[in-house]
Write a protein that binds this ligand. Structure first.
Ligand code: ADP
Ligand code: ARG
Length: 350
């Protein structure tokens, strides 16, 4: 992609963190810089420029981008994660440190629990800058490792360019597979050569799944019906440990696991429940203020940028960097407990 000398006009009316921190001065400073993989400022900001309704608006092509364009990414990371450029990331994958007894034993509120982490292989570009050959080789390497697993984690790989259409549609409708055509990813260069090189691995029960070459090279997922958060976390941590024995992932002490979007850095973990909160859904201001207090994010039930249906929401941890995996899940858990408490109070009033 060629460099541009003009400050992008669309950012002038955008509320994204990109628009906030890419001042004319920072733009001038960064516009001629390039990473070793040829990744430029123009590529990093294209998603936010083409989608001014972005919340963040920037992606990176490699680990080095976070340094080369640090004048832009440091403040974005600081505001999103509350993590400064001198902080160190930390990790704790021990399920015994989690205090999360099922907050909804009668099954009145929580429909399902899902925890995922993103991973990218060390020393190759991330999705926005990866070549077709590199992407295909990631697919081959990862799918071969996964299909060698047995027991609870054993399963099958379904490449997107060779999947039965009914199977693909029902995997999406049932919340197991990513959708095609996301406009934010499209502008970030993450949909190049679609659908080649992408696919999903899952076990028989669809409780352990891995997305290959979507927004990140791997999305490792554990999910199941109901609110047994500890069981979901335990399955995920054992899968991560097993995969990490065979693949070296991009990681550093400051940013933790390296991901294409700065929101996913660190643990790269999003722990969520699908939960029925119809009364809070009718009081969005109060709902949002409880979510802000507990650092949780509200999404619709068909994933990011989707709407709620039938008063069901996706509630997940917002911070992922500078907190451990256990703390990410704990954030989600504490938020969910507070939301259920308020939902109960509101339902008694009506
Ligand atoms: P990601 O979590 O991978 O960043 P999305 O928000 O797009 O991305 O979610 C991906 C898919 O996972 C969507 O189909 C979404 O409905 C589903 N999902 C997320 N959380 C849950 C959950 N707790 N239970 C069931 N499905 C979920
Ligand atoms: N780029 C989109 C935005 O800025 C999504 C950011 C966070 N989500 C993600 N899937 N990385 O709104």
């Amino acid at each position: 992609m060629s460099q541009t000398n003009e400050y992008p006009l669309s950012l002038k009316k955008s509320k994204s963190l990109l628009a906030k921190y890419l001042t004319q001065e920072v733009f001038n400073e960064l516009k001629n810089r390039t990473t070793i993989n040829g990744f430029t400022l123009k590529s990093a900001i294209n998603s936010g420029v083409e989608n001014p309704d972005s919340g963040i608006g920037a992606y990176v092509g490699d680990e080095e981008s976070y340094e080369i364009f640090s004048e832009l990414f440091d403040p974005i990371i600081e505001e999103y994660h509350g993590f400064s450029k001198d902080d160190k990331h930390k990790s704790n994958l021990n399920p015994d440190d989690l205090n999360a007894p099922n907050p909804d034993k009668d099954g009145n509120y929580i429909l399902s629990t899902r925890i995922r982490v993103a991973r990218n292989i060390a020393n190759i570009p991330l999705g926005p800058a990866i070549s077709k050959e590199q992407r295909n080789s990631v697919e081959k390497q990862v799918s071969e490792i996964l299909t060698s697993f047995s027991g609870e984690l054993g399963g099958k790989y379904y490449p997107l360019n060779n999947i039965n259409e009914n199977n693909r549609a029902s995997l999406i409708a049932d919340h197991f597979l990513f959708k095609a055509g996301d406009r934010f990813l499209e502008s970030a260069g993450l949909n190049r050569d679609w659908p080649n090189g992408r696919g999903i691995f899952h076990n028989n029960d669809k409780t352990f799944l891995v997305w290959i070459n979507e927004e990140d090279e791997l999305r490792i997922i554990s999910m199941q019906q109901g609110g047994d958060i500890k069981e979901v976390f335990t399955r995920l941590t054992s899968a991560i440990t097993k995969i990490q024995k065979q693949i070296k992932f991009a990681y550093n002490d400051h940013l933790g696991y390296i991901t294409s979007c700065p929101t996913n850095l660190g643990t790269a973990m999003r722990a969520s429940v699908h939960i029925k909160l119809p009364n809070l859904g009718a009081k969005m201001d109060e709902f949002q203020s409880i979510a802000d207090k507990y650092s949780v994010q509200i999404r619709g039930i068909h994933g990011e940028h989707s709407d709620s249906e039938g008063g069901i929401y996706d509630i997940s941890n917002k911070r992922r960097l500078g907190v451990t995996e256990v703390e990410c899940v704990q954030d989600m858990y504490d938020g969910v407990v507070a939301l259920i408490k308020r939902e109960k109070e509101l339902s008694q009033k009506t």
